[in-house]
Design a protein around this ligand. Structure first.
Ligand SMILES: *[C@@H]1O[C@H](CO)[C@@H](O)[C@H](O)[C@H]1NC(C)=O
Ligand SMILES: *[C@@H]1O[C@H](CO)[C@@H](O)[C@H](O)[C@H]1NC(C)=O
Length: 308
């Protein structure tokens, strides 16, 4: 396992859920942790927790739906903290409604947070990684990036895309001979992150976020490429391509009866991991100049006075 001592690691969606658990583990291993989130108090909480275990952590409010905001915060980080060598694209949201019931705005938001943000963050941090020929990009996808699930059409689409993003990027970097690794993580449904609390899962228990966080860190340190959690589901994925579709579909349906986070078909309930309800995109896209200014002010480094 490689050492990450002294490296700068950025975790999107680090203001809660899995992102917070990842931040704590990275800090424990000696990395300087930077968290991005839309939730300011979530960021403050993560910073507090990391500092409580003796780690170093900075936080920025960053709206992943707004690529200019991503570029801007990336520049500030490079100037004020240093070169990010570990990028963990962890932020994710889920709507969990039948396709035709999903408002356009929520479909766009799912794509913005779950996949488009990967383009912008990697564009922001990869150039420096290339220059130093050092870096690791981790994408937190999902098993929903390998199999379709009812009521998760937008979510599955974004996660399939995250798989493609990781694989094509890895091919490109390997082809050009760079020593920059990528890892894609495909966990089954995780509990206690506010995303999939009520998933009706049969046979396979939902996962503990602590277990998933441990696996992600270990996989990164071992330079693994694909991580299926739990790993025995890898067999099922292989079977998907071997059996006729009707068998595979039966198997998948048997596994997850209902993946809707709320089981309410018509209610526009939004369950999110690290990004809050309707606000993120509204702030950047439909609010006036005023809203935007306030948002950008929030973006100043929250931990500025805590710099050692
Ligand atoms: C923001 O973070 C705080 C602190 O962790 C948490 O209590 C709160 O629920 C979060 N807000 C949202 C909307 O997720
Ligand atoms: C990338 O992974 C390979 C093994 O697959 C390893 O030899 C190399 O050191 C890794 N590079 C980084 C920067 O972790």
């Amino acid at each position: 396992m490689k050492s990450i001592d002294g490296e700068i690691a950025l975790v999107t969606g680090g203001g809660g859920g899995l992102g917070r658990l990842l931040s704590l583990r990275l800090a424990n291993l000696g990395a300087i942790v930077i968290v991005w989130d839309i939730n300011k108090s979530g960021i403050e909480e993560t910073i507090k927790l990391v500092r409580a275990v003796g780690g170093t952590c900075y936080g920025y409010v960053c709206d992943l739906c707004d690529r200019e905001d991503v570029y801007k915060k990336a520049k500030i980080i490079e100037e004020e903290i240093g070169k990010v060598t570990i990028l963990i694209n962890n932020a994710g949201i889920v709507t969990g409604m039948k396709f035709l019931d999903t408002p356009d705005k929520l479909i766009i938001r799912t794509m913005d947070v779950n996949i488009m943000s990967h383009f912008w963050t990697v564009k922001a941090f990869l150039p420096t990684m290339l220059k130093n020929n050092k870096g690791h990009i981790v994408s937190v996808a999902s098993l929903a990036g390998q199999c379709g699930v009812p009521k998760l059409v937008d979510y599955c689409t974004s996660k399939f895309a995250a798989m493609g993003f990781d694989e094509a990027l890895r091919m490109e970097l390997e082809y050009e001979g760079y020593d920059i690794n990528t890892t894609v993580i495909c966990p089954y449904f995780i509990r206690s992150t506010g995303m999939f609390e009520d998933v009706q899962s049969r046979y396979v228990p939902t996962l503990s976020p602590n277990v998933v966080a441990d696996k992600i860190i270990t996989a990164m340190r071992c330079n693994e490429k694909y991580v299926i959690i739990p790993s025995y589901l890898q067999v099922l994925l292989a079977l998907k391509w071997l059996f006729p579709w009707s068998c595979s579909a039966m198997l998948l349906r048997g596994l997850v009866k209902d993946a809707s986070p709320n089981h309410v078909d018509s209610e526009p309930c939004v369950s999110t991991d690290t990004i809050i309800t309707e606000k993120p995109c509204a702030v950047s896209s439909s609010k006036d100049q005023n809203g935007k200014t306030i948002h950008q002010q929030l973006a100043r480094r929250i931990s500025s006075e805590r710099k050692p």
